[in-house]
Design a binder for this molecule. Structure first.
Ligand code: CP3
Length: 675
């Protein structure tokens, strides 16, 4: 063992200071426990490949119930025409069902009868089992989601009311799902095929409990669960030995991974918490993403415990970094803030526009229960989502979860975020009267945002910067005038060209509010602020100069100088020299320009942010790396480059590719210590 556990666990910093960066997906030889049974060998290989020291303790024994009888009962009901639909929960169960029926009935008759009813397959395994028989399910649920998710898919595609539905059950019964179907007016035939029991020899599980509790012969750093039964069995054995409480207590300082929502629920039901659940319910994703993010999560958890936080029942917003062993204790010295000031940094910092969003399962889960506006306006939730993105990605900055259009609400705009449509303002600002009616508001109208910043800054690692933001006056005005997104900005430009005085009054009013809005964010904990002029690229340089420039210059010039400003726009690199003149310590570039050329044009007095084409994130990890490298090469390691996409992440991007980009940038840019 080398040194203090906190330092050993902090892989990221060590990697960054060294000449030869370590692999990013690397458990660094740490002890990784798993209770996988059917896939024990595969799990062991995966952990070893990820640089871990695996300890795989099979925790289950599959006991078939009298599946012949159950399956035959199903077949009889099917032939009698009683069954409208069958829900297939597992691949093993699907095969068992069909094999058992085939022992008595003609398989082809059975299959053709099955094809007459609705076949609902949960996840890829039953789909594969059906495919072997030439059957295509009529409804599929892409991942093995929770009962609630499955029910909501059915509500949409096949409302259960009055239907007769057979449910192939497995392992432990699923009373919630059955109840959900019955509540919706379905008649349910349960077809249990096998169940999970403890293994015959529970010695290995008892020893595992002992090792986890005592931390000998080696402290346990990571524990991965790939089913709910694994959690239940581990705790059942601990309970027999009177060790349940001690086991729960030891999970306070172990980084816990869970493959998906069902296993996570079992973890919570047993009184401890999940530190990482991958976006895809796959064992390989669990292992890889834990090897990638686990060290930081473990550090965080152990610091939390030192600060008296009960990590078995905590939210991200509870975190305190007081007893932190980190070298950097002030965000002002963070790699991100230093890069914004063009100071030398040991590697190129990266964050991602829209790093918290619909491409993440965890975001979608939170968002399912609240509207976009509620999410933004509930400080604890906005902060939780902000911190979640950092936990999952390992980025160097957090951006407060909010939206550029929130500012328009107290000014008098009726703002809503409409599914499939984006932001809508139902009372657009089109006339001089409309402009005159807009309220000049103070920062206290945005207490929710300022509270979210305060909560986030307190819980966020001190060496990670916190970004506050606002839309630039033109981009916000374009939404106010158009009433939503627009392709040609006809109403906005018409106001500009036909009633210039009115246009400037609108821009002045907005700018006045935006100055207060951004300065209040700085006062509430934002280390850096970004001004998004996302749609300014629709203007010619002349029009930008005349209608936009004076307002942006006034805005940025009026901001508290303690926080660097990022001035970002997209679409028109010809505007860059004007943007620089308007102000900003950092100029944000989209992908349409060459970063090297753009930086030469701008000059060394500003830092630059950018500029990978977001669509590269749909490509392979190798392609993502090479694209990141070519951008880093253009920056040549000069101080003042912050890596980012040229615009935001898209909702259907593979989340693991976003994490891959973050690691690639950190590794490829790690500078030699003497530079
Ligand atoms: O992680 C982050 O970057 C912080 C959060 C953030 C959001 N919006 C959250 C959001 C930020 C920085 C913004 C800025 C924003 N909002 C801009 C400028 C940046 C850009 O992308 O150009 C603009 C133009 C808007 C306006 C806006 N808000 C649009 C066009 C949309 C619809 C987008 C879509 O894909 O539906 C929004 C809604 C919005 N803002 C979402 C998020 C996460 C999606 C909300 C949801 O349904 O969950």
């Amino acid at each position: 063992m080398k040194g203090d556990p906190e330092h050993r666990s902090f892989g990221r910093k060590r990697m960054r200071g060294s000449v030869q960066p370590a692999m990013s997906i690397d458990f660094q030889g740490k002890r990784v426990f798993s209770f996988a049974t059917r896939q024990a060998a595969e799990m062991e290989t995966l952990i070893t490949q990820a640089g871990g020291n695996p300890q795989v303790v099979p925790s289950m024994r599959e006991v078939p119930v009298d599946h012949h009888a159950e399956a035959l009962r199903f077949a009889d009901m099917l032939f009698a025409g009683w069954i409208d639909a069958v829900v297939l929960m597992t691949g093993v169960g699907t095969r068992l069902l069909i094999q058992s029926v085939s022992a008595k009935h003609d398989p082809s008759q059975f299959i053709s009868k099955l094809k007459e009813i609705e076949i609902i397959a949960l996840g890829p395994k039953p789909i594969a089992a059906l495919k072997e028989l030439g059957i295509t399910p009529t409804i599929t649920v892409p991942e093995p989601y929770t009962s609630a998710d499955l029910l909501s898919v059915l509500d949409e595609d096949y409302p259960p009311s009055t239907r007769r539905i057979a449910v192939q059950e497995y392992g432990q019964k699923n009373p919630e799902f059955i109840q959900g179907l019955q509540d919706r007016g379905a008649e349910v035939l349960s077809v249990p095929l096998y169940r999970w029991e403890l293994p015959d020899d529970i010695g290995p599980l008892q020893r595992a409990v002992g090792e986890i509790i005592s931390g000998t012969p080696q402290p346990v750093d990571f524990c991965l669960f790939t089913s709910g039964a694994q959690v239940r069995h581990l705790f059942r054995v601990a309970r027999w030995d009177g060790q349940e409480e001690a086991l729960r207590e030891s999970f306070k300082t172990i980084c816990v991974g869970s493959v998906g929502p069902i296993a996570s629920r079992a973890v919570r039901e047993h009184g401890f918490s999940v530190d990482f659940e991958p976006d895809r319910t796959k064992m390989s994703h669990l292992v890889r993403e834990m090897a990638r993010r686990g060290h930081d999560l473990l550090l965080k958890k152990r610091v939390a415990v030192k600060n008296g936080i009960d990590t078995n029942r905590w939210r991200r917003t509870d975190m305190l970094w007081d007893a932190s062993p980190l070298e950097i204790t002030s965000p002002q010295d963070s790699v991100f803030v230093k890069a914004c000031r063009r100071q030398e940094t040991p590697y190129t910092p990266i964050w991602i526009m829209r790093q918290a969003g619909r491409y993440q399962r965890e975001y979608l889960r939170i968002r399912k229960n609240v509207s976009m506006l509620e999410l933004c306006q509930t400080p604890e939730l906005a902060s939780e989502v902000t911190l979640m993105a950092v936990d999952r990605l390992g980025v160097d900055a957090a951006i407060i979860f909010a939206d550029i259009l929130l500012v328009t609400q107290p000014m008098g705009c009726h703002l809503d975020f409409v599914k499939g449509k984006g932001p809508v303002i139902s009372n657009p600002v089109r006339t001089g009267q409309d402009v005159a009616a807009l309220r000049d508001v103070d920062a206290d109208e945005f207490t929710y945002l300022l509270d979210a910043l305060r909560i986030t800054r307190k819980a966020l690692r001190p060496d990670i910067g916190l970004i506050g933001f606002a839309g630039a006056p033109f981009t916000v005005a374009s939404y106010m005038v158009e009433g939503g997104k627009s392709s040609n900005y006809v109403n906005t430009k018409t106001m500009m060209y036909q009633d210039e005085a009115c246009w400037h009054r609108l821009m002045e009013k907005l700018t006045r509010v935006l100055i207060k809005y951004l300065n209040a964010q700085i006062a509430s904990g934002a280390d850096v602020v970004q001004v998004f002029d996302s749609w300014a690229g629709s203007l010619s340089p002349d029009d930008y100069s005349r209608y936009v420039f004076p307002h942006v210059k006034h805005l940025i010039g009026s901001l508290d100088k303690s926080a660097p400003v990022i001035n970002f726009s997209t679409g028109n690199p010809m505007l860059l020299p004007l943007m620089k003149k308007a102000g900003g310590d950092v100029i944000g570039l989209d992908w349409r320009c060459d970063l090297g050329q753009a930086w030469s044009l701008l000059g060394d007095e500003v830092a630059v942010m950018g500029n990978l084409d977001p669509v590269v994130l749909y490509a392979t990890p190798e392609r993502i790396r090479s694209a990141a490298k070519s951008i880093l090469d253009k920056a040549q390691g000069r101080p003042g480059h912050i890596f980012n996409l040229g615009h935001g992440v898209l909702p259907d991007m593979p989340p693991e590719n976003v994490a891959e980009l973050v690691d690639a940038v950190h590794e490829l840019s790690a500078r030699q210590p003497n530079r």
